[in-house]
Design a protein around this ligand. Structure first.
Ligand SMILES: [Fe+2]
Length: 303
């Protein structure tokens, strides 16, 4: 009996092959998903659903409905896009793995969301350091049905272009790399504390809109209700200087007042960038990779 290799995180020959050929954008070879892959999706979906109803923002819940996410099978990106594209112009686009920072933000600017197509193994449902299709499609994509949120992501892409333009004006390569290191760190922190782990004040109380929270069965309720979490109104000067670690529950989260608020904050981030206020943010996590810095210098959009 042969066992299908499947599309399991870190164990997928299809993905390894694409990476070794340098292919970033790939198709979703749906027939490769194994029974175990679908079982993982089913288990993850079943246990997160009641938590979504309690702790997710209304726009996320409406997003899940309007995408008609299948609770029983790993979704096909083309099915999702059929519902998503008419709403905000966004599309989920399959990638083989790590997307360098500029390319990632540039995709958002083009209303494309780089989407992981592998899924965690049944033996590691609780925690996975890298994104998988459950995080990307069940955690991120429902938010892309919201107009103000979708526009906010595009605004992030504009910010990245501004950063690349500013860096291009610096003649000294060492100074240019240092400048980008700080700006990318600031952007990554802002993205982390909003798009990935953001909380929002709503008329129904405190809710989560961050995808890292919405795709984590363990952390979602903890983030919204636990007295062990510090929650503060978001402040630009704090967020861009605040380090974070990815391997445990977040001890500190920031709260926005709505997606219009978030949209304006990204505009403010860009103003701060232009004014040089992101040039020397506090050191610490996240460590900016050399290839992220290079992606801003090369500005290759991979289209
Ligand atoms: Fe994410």
């Amino acid at each position: 009996m042969t066992i299908l290799p499947g599309l399991t995180t870190t164990q997928s020959p299809f993905i390894e092959q694409a990476r070794s050929h340098g292919e970033l954008y790939i198709h979703q070879p749906y027939e490769l998903y194994s029974d175990a892959n679908h079982a993982a999706w089913r288990a993850l979906f079943r246990r997160i659903q009641p938590l979504w109803r309690r702790h997710a923002t209304g726009s996320f819940l409406r997003g899940v409905e309007s995408l008609c996410l299948d609770p029983l099978h790993v979704p096909r990106l083309e099915d999702i896009n059929r519902f998503l594209e008419p709403l905000t112009g966004f599309r989920a686009r399959a990638v083989s793995g790590y997307v360098p920072a500029f390319v990632f933000f540039d995709c958002l600017r083009n209303r494309e969301f780089p989407t992981t197509i592998t899924i965690r193994g049944l033996d590691s449902l609780d925690y996975l350091p890298e994104p998988d299709i459950f995080h990307d499609v069940a955690g991120h994509v429902p938010m892309h049905t919201d107009q103000a949120f979708a526009d906010t992501l595009v605004r992030f892409g504009d910010c990245a272009h501004t950063a690349a333009e500013m860096a291009a004006g610096i003649a000294d390569p060492i100074e240019r790399a240092e400048r980008l290191n700080s700006i990318i760190k600031a952007m990554a922190r802002f993205f982390w504390f909003t798009v990935e782990f953001g909380l929002m004040n709503t008329c129904d109380g405190l809710k989560a809109y961050g995808s890292g929270l919405l795709s984590s069965h363990g952390e979602l309720g903890h983030a919204v209700t636990s007295p062990d979490v510090q929650r503060f109104p978001i402040q630009m000067e704090w967020v861009i200087n605040q380090s974070f670690e990815i391997d445990h529950y977040q001890p500190l989260l920031f709260v926005v007042e709505g997606f219009e608020h978030l949209y304006h904050l990204v505009g403010e981030l860009e103003e701060w960038m232009r004014a040089g206020r992101l040039n020397h943010v506090a050191p610490g996590e996240p460590v900016v990779k050399t290839r992220d810095i290079e992606s801003f210098i090369q500005r290759r959009s991979h289209h």
